[in-house]
Design a protein around this ligand. Structure first.
Ligand code: ATP
Ligand code: MG
Ligand code: MG
Ligand code: MG
Length: 484
């Protein structure tokens, strides 16, 4: 079943059940705490918090999402995209646990002829919040458990899990609540028996039903937050990974092999002369390329441009990682002019605006590849000789001064140095690097002060702002990895 068909069925199912179809919000949504929309509920947040009155009691959407915290997983797990699409159904004080569980069961296991997904009910596992993790649920989420039993789930395939898996929040302050997740057993060839609690590769999480009931703050981790107050209404917020369902229904092994993504891997095979499936290390690179090209396409499509901070830095990093992965596959020539149009041809089936905007989108992407190629060709020689020196001196570590020089002279962001050094078996003295960066920033500040006292001309301010902006570069990296 094509991804576009699953999307169509999703919206039609919930529309039939009284939900208003709401188009995806852009990835750059106006939420100061988030780099990008990371879940389907984000655009509805004011409704959940009771700050605004929703114009409908039930809504459904297929929301574009980017999770920067998942970048490191891409290509290594079977199931994480940087960009992905989240199917959602939402109830604003309307139906609650019973309704959400009944809809989910019908859509997942109902017949394909009638527009559902038609998964074998025997392969479905679910989880609920287990006992002892939340003061309001001393015995666990008994209510959710009973609704699952009522639709026909046997008790052996309902597992109780901790807050880490069965409490959902945005990763920042906002609405939250206990949740119930739906998993599909992919079969013994993918791992041991024992349900999702035992193996999340064999048992693939496809859908999370969140019982949105409280407002939380001080979020430090999935299971570390503080409850502020109950929400004014009992809401439902669900999220199903469209690509995950697609990979199951298309009978392929992972998210990168679905119709919307795989053609980029094919194009990368052609460019490189290497075959996907021949070497595990190369396969990760192929998957990273396919994911990052698609994610970059969607981000530029929504108005992000490469930069040294925040959102722009995430995009820059994705584009650069795609280009570097192609190099590691042996391709020295520009790759994006071949790969990006292939991704656009797939994604424009659901997002026709990508085709209309493609000349702008592609110019931005290709220019970034060109500038990165220049950076690489000037810095790589220096990096290689520093690596060789460190190795011949018997040190397994590249000095912080070298990393600083690469940054300062050649524009190598620290994460690039880390990655390239790791490929040659070296770590980097990051602490030393950060110290030198700090010293440089202090010098720039002192200079600024001196200039201000001297003549205070606007040009000097700009210079300082630029130099500080440069130093801020690796804050972007911290933001990339700090999202929960
Ligand atoms: P996982 O445990 O696999 O990382 P999650 O628990 O973080 O997933 P949720 O926050 O519950 O995911 O999001 C709801 C749904 O969105 C998931 O059940 C999954 O189907 C999908 N999803 C989440 N993250 C990704 C991703 N990086 N790529 C593709 N789909 C995703
Ligand atoms: Mg996750
Ligand atoms: Mg999970
Ligand atoms: Mg989940």
């Amino acid at each position: 079943m094509e991804t576009a068909e699953i999307r169509r069925r999703w919206l039609a199912f919930f529309e039939r059940h009284g939900h208003t179809v709401v188009p995806s919000a852009p990835l750059l949504y106006d939420d100061p705490n988030l780099l990008f929309v990371n879940a389907g509920m984000v655009p509805f947040k004011p409704y959940f918090l009771g700050q605004e009155t929703p114009p409908y009691a039930r809504a459904t959407s297929v929301q574009k999402c980017v999770r920067t915290g998942d970048i490191e997983e891409v290509g290594k797990t079977t199931r994480h995209g940087t960009f992905f699409q989240m199917n959602g159904n939402f109830s604003f004080g309307d139906y609650f646990k019973k309704g959400a569980i009944e809809f989910a069961w019908e859509f997942v296991t109902g017949s394909r002829e009638e527009g559902n997904l038609g998964f074998d009910p025997e392969k479905v596992w679910v989880t609920v919040l287990g006992p002892g993790f939340h003061p309001d649920y001393p015995d666990g989420d008994v209510e959710a458990m009973e609704h699952w039993r009522a639709v026909g789930m046997p008790a052996e395939r309902i597992q109780g899990r901790s807050l880490k898996d069965n409490y959902w929040h945005m990763g920042v302050e906002g609405p939250g609540g206990p949740c119930s997740e739906i998993y599909i057993d992919r079969g013994p060839q993918y791992g041991a028996d024992g349900g999702p609690e035992a193996d999340e590769d064999r048992f693939l999480e496809i859908w999370n039903l969140v019982f949105q009931t409280e407002e939380i703050t001080d979020v430090k981790a999935k299971d570390d937050f503080r409850v502020v107050t109950p929400l004014p209404a009992k809401n439902i917020d669900t999220g199903m990974g469209l690509e995950r369902v697609a990979f199951l229904l298309q009978g392929v092994d992972n998210l990168y092999e679905i119709d919307e993504v795989f053609p980029v891997i094919r194009a990368a095979e052609e460019l490189s002369g290497k075959r996907y499936g021949a070497s595990p290390a190369d396969d990760v690179r192929f998957r990273v390329v396919a994911d990052h090209v698609r994610s970059s396409l969607m981000l530029i499509g929504d108005g992000v441009t490469p930069g040294n901070e925040g959102r722009g830095y995430v995009l820059r990093r994705l584009l650069r990682r795609a280009v570097r992965s192609m190099r590691l596959l042996g391709v020295q020539d520009p790759a994006l002019p071949t790969l990006l149009p292939v991704s656009m041809a797939q994604m424009s089936k659901s997002y026709p605006e990508l085709e209309r905007g493609f000349s702008r989108i592609s110019q931005i992407a290709y220019a970034e590849e060109e500038s990165f190629r220049r950076t690489l060709s000037s810095g790589t020689t220096m990096l290689d000789s520093a690596v060789a020196a460190a190795k011949s001196g018997g040190a397994g570590i590249l000095g912080g001064d070298k990393a600083f020089q690469l940054h300062d002279t050649y524009g190598f962001p620290i994460d690039l140095t880390l990655e390239m050094a790791a490929e040659q078996g070296l770590t980097v003295d990051e602490e030393g690097f950060r110290r030198l960066m700090g010293e440089q920033r202090a010098r720039a500040k002192a200079d600024a002060k001196a200039k201000k006292q001297g003549h205070g001309d606007a040009h000097a301010y700009r210079e300082v702002a630029d130099s500080i902006g440069h130093g801020v570069e690796f804050t972007g990296y911290e933001e990339v990895t700090s999202e929960v």
